[in-house]
Design a protein around this ligand. Structure first.
Ligand SMILES: Cc1cc2nc3c(=O)[nH]c(=O)nc-3n(C[C@H](O)[C@H](O)[C@H](O)COP(=O)(O)OP(=O)(O)OC[C@H]3O[C@@H](n4cnc5c(N)ncnc54)[C@H](O)[C@@H]3O)c2cc1C
Length: 380
């Protein structure tokens, strides 16, 4: 059969693009190397609890178009992300706000908190001097002082990156927002929530009526097409949401990522394990960065619970690439691949892997809608 588009990757980017192009009258075939659709936003129902299989996913956006768009495919609840941080025997609210300052210093009013924070920053700056921060530790100390850095930033960041904060570049932390209100809402966006029934349902609806082949990598698919010769399906264009360096057989070298391991457990007979969806562990000695208790995302009633421990790790080929490492080396390398990609007439690279970019869900939807609009304009 002759299709207009081969879409590689059934994640949010691929699914939104396919949906829009189908609506505009184009034919699409979607393939994905995984055995399921939805990419990293995939949720699986375990005993009535929707489990975020690739880490906690909270939808938040200030883009009304995107909020209305996802609203066509799911009803969102009123979940507000309010993580808790555990440091030894101490518990703190995040993001840094009056609750955190009260827990740290016993202060009650914004004025007291501001004064204490200013003192912390001043004494850190006195020690460090006026020069440019030489590393992430110095940068964090200048921004929030020693207490917050030691208890809530240092260990967590070191686990995330697998390196000491003194060996990490300062630019990783540009700002550390603090709030002088008793507001534990992690995000500042206008809209926030969790799709009731899980994210997989959204992608199912996006892909409704579009043929999807699972468990099939682009390489395998190509080999299959070559073997079939003139009998093979053909495509006018390709949307590729896999790794851009893999697409080009790593001809300039490998882009670097950080990976995560997820350890998911069903706790039978435990109704409520930690009382919150997201609990961060900020000490370096504890190997995981956070524990997610999935039932709290959708306020599910169940006699059991499911938790996931998240362990960051060094990525090597074959591991799932979760976070791009946008340092100088990788940015320069990506630019080389991008130059090649820009010269392609019939291949579009999109999504977090195709563009080597950390994308929140709303941004990925926005980018896919823009790319689809551009294609559809070209069709007219
Ligand atoms: C731990 C974690 C937590 C996150 N939490 C949030 C959050 O709270 N809020 C938020 O807004 N965003 C969050 N995100 C970001 C969110 O996951 C992404 O925005 C979204 O998944 C990106 O969609 P995508 O389609 O670009 O990529 P993906 O979801 O990765 O989809 C790409 C698909 O392509 C397939 N593929 C890759 N290569 C090939 C190939 N060669 N052949 C065939 N198929 C291939 C993959 O199997 C995958 O299914 C989080 C991300 C992570 C890693």
């Amino acid at each position: 059969m002759r299709y207009d588009y081969l879409i590689v990757g059934a994640g949010l980017y691929g699914a939104v693009f396919a949906h829009e192009l189908k609506k505009a009258g184009s034919s699409c075939l979607v393939i994905d190397k995984r055995e399921h659709i939805a990419g990293n936003v995939y949720t699986e129902n375990m005993s009535g609890i929707n489990v975020h299989m690739y880490g906690a996913h909270i939808f938040h956006t200030s883009n009304k178009r995107v909020w209305q768009y996802v609203g066509q495919f799911a009803e969102f609840n009123n979940y507000i992300n309010s993580p808790v941080a555990v440091y030894g025997d101490e518990l703190y609210n995040l993001p840094f706000n009056m609750n955190t300052f009260h827990g740290l210093w016993g202060v009650k009013t914004p004025e007291q908190a501001r004064r204490k924070l200013d003192e912390e920053i001043a004494s850190a700056r006195e020690l460090l001097g006026d020069g440019e921060p030489a590393n992430l530790e110095q940068q964090a100390l200048r921004l929030v002082g020693r207490d917050i850095y030691e208890k809530l930033i240092k260990g967590y960041t070191e686990k995330q990156w697998g390196r000491d904060c003194t060996d990490l570049p300062a630019f990783i932390i540009r700002r550390l927002p603090v709030r002088f209100t008793y507001d534990n809402n992690y995000f500042n966006d206008r809209y926030q929530g969790i799709p009731m029934g899980g994210y997989t349902g959204i992608v199912e609806k996006l892909l409704d009526g579009i043929p999807v082949r699972l468990g099939c990598s682009y390489k395998e698919f190509r080999a299959e097409c070559e073997a079939k010769g003139s009998e093979a399906d053909t495509f006018a264009k390709i949307l590729y949401t896999g790794m851009i360096d893999e697409f080009y057989d790593y001809r300039f070298g490998e882009l670097e990522y950080r990976t995560l391991k997820f350890e998911t457990e069903m706790l039978t007979g435990v109704e409520n394990y930690q009382g919150n969806a997201v609990v961060n562990y900020t000490e370096r000695q504890i190997p995981y960065t956070r524990i997610i208790e999935h039932k709290h995302f959708e306020y599910e009633k169940s006699p059991d619970t499911v938790i996931t421990k998240e362990y960051p790790g060094k990525w090597s080929k074959g591991d799932e690439p979760y976070y791009p490492v946008n340092d100088e080396r990788n940015s320069a390398l990506y630019e080389k691949y991008k130059e090649l990609a820009d010269s392609e007439r019939d291949i579009i690279f999109g999504g977090r892997l195709g563009q080597y970019k950390y994308y929140d869900m709303d941004k990925v939807i926005e980018a896919a809608l823009d790319a689809a609009d551009k294609e559809i304009e070209g069709l007219m």
